[in-house]
Design a protein around this ligand. Structure first.
Ligand code: ZN
Length: 254
């Protein structure tokens, strides 16, 4: 057998692995630039995906107000059209709105035209509700394709990923979720003690969910409850709450 035929299966496996890595690994830059951390270790960007959700988002807005937190909401176009008043409210309270596509497909399996349309329809829905178009985009499930970065850029949006995604959609306990979010406080304590952070130079971007892309009015009480636990603690640790807008500068080179 010729050597390249022996090598072929491992090459194919390697290519598939690389593609999967580029598609979903939050800090991969293979499919275009993404922002996945804040500029400074003491800055925390809290982000919410899959809303707006009339069952939870209003309670969440009240909780965020209580601790003077500004966050970023990556909303789904179909839900924006169902609750434009709520989207206006999110904006009016000083939070940042981002594009999370119109119907929440896995973009890894969408062609360029479908991807372009998904992004555009969501931005139009946000634009109609708030008179402002989003400048940030987060791909559903974190899955990207070779063209999604360029298409987002064409629509003048930057792609936002995360440093921590605790899996708040899983049917686990409040305590489980609180524990999963613990690394943020651990890093903040390390920063306060001037301990080295390794290769990490920026702060965390936390990815939570105030909605469920598959079901409207989903119960996200656990997410709310975990934040009730952590927000005062993060404040006491000296963390500064920022939106993706404040990560604009050097954070692009992940
Ligand atoms: Zn999502």
């Amino acid at each position: 057998m010729v050597p390249w035929l022996i090598l072929a299966p491992s090459f194919v496996a390697g290519f598939a692995g690389l593609t999967a890595y580029g598609a979903v690994y939050s800090r991969s830059q293979l499919f275009g630039h993404t922002v996945c951390k804040t500029n400074l270790p003491k800055q925390l960007a809290i982000t919410f995906d899959d809303g707006p959700n009339p069952a939870i988002t209003p309670k969440l807005l009240d909780l965020l107000d209580r601790y003077h937190v500004k966050a970023t909401f990556f909303v789904v176009g179909k839900y924006v059209r169902q609750a434009p008043d709520l989207v206006r409210e999110v904006c009016a309270r000083g939070h940042l709105l981002g594009n999370h596509t119109d119907t929440h497909p896995n973009l890894f399996f969408c062609g360029p035209e479908e991807t372009r349309s998904e992004l555009l329809r969501c931005s139009e829905a946000i634009g109609q509700a708030t008179w402002a178009e989003p400048r940030w985009f987060r791909p559903p499930f974190g899955f990207r394709s070779p063209w999604v970065g360029a298409l987002a850029q064409q629509q003048r949006m930057r792609t936002a990923m995360w440093t921590l995604i605790p899996g708040d959609w899983r049917p686990k306990s409040r305590e489980w979720l609180i524990e999963r979010i613990k690394p943020i406080a651990a890093r903040a304590q390390a920063v306060a003690k001037l301990q080295p952070l390794g290769e990490r130079s920026g702060g965390d971007v936390l990815c939570l969910h105030d909605g469920d892309f598959a079901r409207p009015n989903a119960d996200r009480t656990r997410t709310l409850s975990a934040l009730e636990y952590w927000l005062p603690r993060w404040r006491d640790l000296g963390l500064e709450f920022v939106t993706m807008r404040e990560t604009n500068g050097k954070a692009v080179e992940a």
